[in-house]
Ligand binder design. Structure first.
Ligand code: SF4
Ligand code: SF4
Length: 371
């Protein structure tokens, strides 16, 4: 006798997906062309056809536990060949957005990030309050030294606290995600650590992106942004170490342009601008397939471009000695730094951890693909 499966459809979830950009999901008539053409779908339980069916039926809990939603790299080969114009690539992208929001801790942060102007207003107001409380609301006179506006110990206290909070909440979200996947049965093939190491090696080389056809040039932009963020993270740790070194090794801002830390910071900032512009152009150009980028994707890209641009302008304007512009630009740049760090677990950037865990899980479940 056939096994009885009880489904609890969540119609509200279907509406949410449609509103957020997955409005074509009902067009799918289950031909499975998408699963056949997807270059990174495994032979065992391939995607995205089954995800399209689950989305049509509002199977929110099943999709939340499905690693394949995160294995998708949004290359859109499936959308190109879908005979019904159901845009499965976009539908899966919207699902990822919804599950980042769902796993957000605290949930309020997920809602704040969905309102970019409010999200940006929060650091602006917070920094103005801090500057007001220490009597630094005006433009400092004399040589341009940014610590005259924001003393270094205040910057350190604010950002070390924020990084710690963002890191903890992100780990909690990822832990939730892993537990949700494991509800389908713990993977049995191989251990977590070897699978994770294999996943990280894969991510470093962006091998899965290389298999995409329709969106193949996205690999370069994604890789530049990926390495730029790693470079900027190293730079941030580096400058913090400089600050805490004992005399005479201690170095305070502004750090000389000839310092290797500065080289890494500047190269990373340029890589971030170039990489994010490649991604923007890639989304705008006609690839012969009807796809839609959600506001979630656009907001992240725009914020990254603004983060890198204001970072470079902060340095250039300081070197040019334009005092009246330098401090406001620094203030704006810090607001974008806050945005990217604090909202990291709730933004598009959060996909890094989810995808890493999903690939690790699929390796441990013997569903890996040949790259
Ligand atoms: S999304 Fe398109 S290609 Fe995939 S099963 Fe549905 S109709 Fe077929
Ligand atoms: S967008 Fe690309 S990776 Fe994702 S399901 Fe479609 S073909 Fe596969």
């Amino acid at each position: 006798m056939a096994e009885e499966i009880i489904i609890s459809p969540d119609i509200g979830f279907v509406r949410e997906l449609k509103r957020a950009g997955g409005d074509t999901l009902k067009k799918c008539y289950q031909c499975a062309t998408c699963s056949v053409v997807c270059p990174i779908s495994p032979d065992d339980k391939p995607f995205p056809r089954k995800e399209m069916l689950m989305a049509q039926w509002g199977m929110k809990e099943e999709l939340a536990a499905d690693p394949d939603v995160w294995l998708c790299h949004n290359c859109n080969d499936c959308s190109k060949y879908c005979p019904r114009g159901a845009r499965p690539g976009d539908v899966l992208s919207v699902m990822r957005q919804k599950f980042i929001e769902r796993n957000a801790v605290p949930a309020l942060m997920g809602r704040i990030v969905s309102r970019p102007l409010l999200a940006l207003l929060i650091p602006v107001v917070l920094f103005l309050i801090i500057l007001g409380s220490i009597g630094h609301l005006g433009i400092p006179s004399g040589d341009i030294v940014y610590s005259k506006l924001f003393p270094i110990h205040i910057i350190e206290d604010i950002f070390i606290t924020l990084v710690a909070l963002a890191g903890i909440t992100y780990l909690v979200s990822l832990f939730r995600f892993w537990n949700t996947m494991a509800k389908n049965g713990s993977p049995t093939s191989g251990g977590f650590v070897p699978a994770l190491i294999g996943t990280i090696i894969e991510l470093i080389s962006h091998k899965r992106f290389a298999k995409c056809e329709t969106n193949g040039d996205r690999k370069n932009g994604h890789m530049l942004v990926f390495y730029a963020f790693i470079g900027l993270a190293i730079t941030t740790i580096w400058i913090t170490v400089y600050y805490y070194l004992p005399e005479p090794y201690r170095k305070l801002s502004p750090i000389s342009l000839s310092d290797p830390m500065k080289w890494l910071a500047n190269v990373s900032a340029i890589a971030l601008i170039v990489g994010s512009l490649i991604l923007v152009i890639n989304r705008l150009k006609d690839k012969g397939v009807d796809t839609v980028s959600s506001s979630f994707d656009w907001t992240f890209l725009i914020m990254v471009v603004l983060l890198a641009t204001t970072g470079i302008l902060t340095e250039v304007i300081r070197l040019a000695g334009i005092t009246g512009l330098a401090y406001p630009m620094y203030f704006i740049h810090l607001s974008f730094v806050f945005y990217i760090i604090v909202y990291f677990p709730y933004s598009k950037l959060a996909h890094m951890g989810y995808r890493t865990l999903a690939i690790t899980y699929s390796k441990m479940s013997d569903r890996d693909i040949e790259l």
